[in-house]
Design a protein around this ligand. Structure first.
Ligand code: FE2
Length: 424
C-alpha cells in the first residue's frame, strides 16, 4: 500500500498526466496513469508538481530586521553594511531566532524547503552563529539549511575575523564564505580568496564567497576564485555569489574569464532582486543593471542559480521568501524571455540551486525524497508569470502547508458570477 499517490500532474520537464507514487518518504515511481492502492490520493488536475524551491544565497541573521535601528537612506551596499554594523551590537539571540523562525514559516508556505544562509562571523560573541545553528536544528524536520561562515567585514580587514571564522566552523557551520572586494586592497582581496579556499580544502568543506559585488569593471576576484578552486582540487565545490562586476567588465576579458570558471566547475549565484536594487547606484544615466552575465554563463555550461539574498533587512525593504518572484526578476533583468530561457530561470531556483547546495536525492524521480510542491499553474512559465499559489507543499510525503487556490469573482455588467483564477 502506497502512502500517497498523486495523479494527473504536469512536471517541470514538460511531461503531463503523470502519476507520482510515494512510500516511506521517498518517490517510488513516476509514470503515466499509475494504478495502485494508496492511503491517500490526490488529483493534481493537470497542475504543475515541482520539487521544492531552493534558495542558495540568503542572510537569515539579518532577515526581518528592516528599520532596525534605522532605514538605509542611500540604498547602497556600503550603507547597508554600515547599518548592519550598527545593528549587530544590539542583536539578541532570542530576537534573532524569532525572526529567523518566522522567515522559515514564510518559506515553507512558499514551498521553499532548502536554504543556504550566510551568517556573519565578525561579532566576537558569535551570537548569530549560535542562534542560527539552533534554528537549523529546530527546522531540520522541514527545511534543509546550510550555514556559511561569512566574514562580513573582511576576513583580513576585521580584527579577530579569521579566528572567529575558525571558531564558527568548529561549531559546525557548513561552508566557508568570504568577501574579497571588501578587503582593504585588491591584493588583500586575492590573499583572502587564497586563504579561505585553503581553509576549506583542509577541512573538506565547500566554499561560497560573495565575490566582486560591485560595479567595478576591474574587480578580478572571481578569476582568483577559479584559479584557487583548480589549484586545490575543489572543482564542483565552490560557488561565486553575486559576481556583479562581470556586468561591467570588458567583453574580451569576460570571454577568457567564463572559460576559466567553466574549467573550474564553479557554480554561480546571481541575486536578481538585490543586484538590480544595489548596483548602479553611483551611475547617472544610463544606470547599469549590475546582474552577472547569466545567459552567457549558462551557455558555457556553468551551473547558475538565483538567490533571494535579502528579505526586509538593511539592504532590501521588500521580499517574502517567494523564489518565483526572484526568478521573475532574474528573467527580466537578464532578458531571458524565450520559452527555453524562462524554463532555465525556473531551474535556477530549483534544480540548479539544489546543485549549488549539493543536495542529495532532489528531484522528481524514483529514489528521490518525496519533497513536492503543487503549484496553481500548468507549467514553469505560467508559474513564473503568475508567481503561482503553492496549493500544497509536501516534505517526505507529509503535507506541510496548503493554500487556497487564487480565484477572483468578477462582477461585470451583463456577465454575472464570473470567476477567473488567471486574473489573480
Ligand atoms: Fe549576500
Amino acid at each position: 500500500m502506497l502512502d500517497l499517490l498523486i495523479h494527473n500532474a504536469s512536471l517541470p520537464d514538460g511531461r503531463t498526466a503523470m502519476s507520482v507514487a510515494v512510500q516511506g518518504g521517498q518517490i517510488v515511481a513516476v509514470a503515466a496513469g499509475l494504478q495502485a492502492p494508496a492511503h491517500q490520493t490526490l488529483d493534481a488536475q493537470g497542475q504543475l508538481l515541482s520539487p521544492p524551491f531552493v534558495d542558495p544565497h540568503f542572510h537569515m541573521d539579518a532577515t526581518l530586521s528592516y528599520g532596525l535601528p534605522r532605514v538605509n537612506q542611500s540604498g547602497t551596499l556600503l550603507e547597508g553594511i554600515a547599518l548592519w554594523g550598527e545593528l549587530k551590537p544590539l542583536l539578541t539571540a532570542d530576537a534573532l531566532m524569532e525572526r529567523a523562525l518566522a522567515y522559515c514559516d514564510w518559506a515553507v508556505a512558499k514551498g521553499l524547503l532548502a536554504i543556504r544562509t550566510h551568517v556573519d562571523v565578525c561579532d566576537d560573541r558569535l551570537l548569530a552563529v549560535d542562534a542560527l545553528l539552533e534554528v537549523k536544528r529546530q527546522v531540520e524536520p522541514y527545511i534543509d539549511m546550510q550555514l556559511v561562515a561569512f566574514p562580513q567585514d573582511g576576513v583580513l580587514r576585521a580584527p579577530n575575523a579569521l579566528a572567529n571564522l575558525h571558531r564558527a566552523l568548529d561549531k559546525g557551520v557548513d561552508v566557508v564564505g568570504g568577501i574579497p572586494h571588501f578587503e582593504r586592497t585588491s591584493e588583500q582581496g586575492a590573499a583572502s580568496v587564497k586563504l579561505l579556499c585553503e581553509i576549506a580544502a583542509q577541512r573538506g568543506l565547500r566554499v561560497d564567497m560573495h565575490c566582486d559585488e560591485s560595479d567595478d569593471p576591474h574587480s578580478r576576484h572571481v578569476e582568483t576564485l577559479a584559479f584557487e578552486t583548480q589549484r586545490l582540487g575543489l572543482q564542483g565545490l565552490v560557488t561565486g555569489s553575486h559576481l556583479t562586476s562581470m556586468h561591467s567588465m570588458d567583453n574580451y576579458y569576460v570571454s577568457k574569464l567564463i572559460a576559466l570558471m567553466a574549467e573550474s566547475q564553479l557554480h554561480a549565484v546571481a541575486n536578481p532582486l538585490i543586484n538590480i536594487t544595489l548596483q548602479g547606484r553611483h551611475d547617472s544615466y544610463p544606470k547599469r543593471r549590475g546582474m552577472t552575465r547569466v545567459p552567457e554563463l549558462l551557455a558555457a555550461g556553468i551551473n547558475v542559480a538565483f538567490g533571494h539574498d535579502c528579505v526586509m533587512d538593511p539592504w532590501y525593504s521588500l521580499g517574502s521568501g517567494d523564489m518565483l518572484e526572484v526568478a521573475h526578476m532574474g528573467l527580466h533583468v537578464a532578458q531571458m524571455t524565450s520559452q527555453a530561457a524562462m524554463r532555465q530561470c525556473f531551474d535556477a531556483v530549483t534544480v540548479n540551486a539544489a546543485r549549488v547546495m549539493g543536495l542529495d536525492n532532489y528531484g522528481i524521480a524514483p529514489g528521490c525524497h518525496a519533497d513536492l510542491v503543487l503549484l496553481q499553474a500548468r507549467d514553469p512559465v505560467e508559474a513564473l508569470r503568475l508567481r503561482a499559489t503553492r496549493l500544497k507543499v509536501f516534505r517526505r510525503g507529509q503535507l506541510l502547508a496548503e493554500s487556497p487556490a487564487a480565484c477572483s469573482t468578477l462582477h461585470l455588467p451583463g456577465r454575472p458570477g464570473q470567476t477567473d483564477w488567471m486574473a489573480n
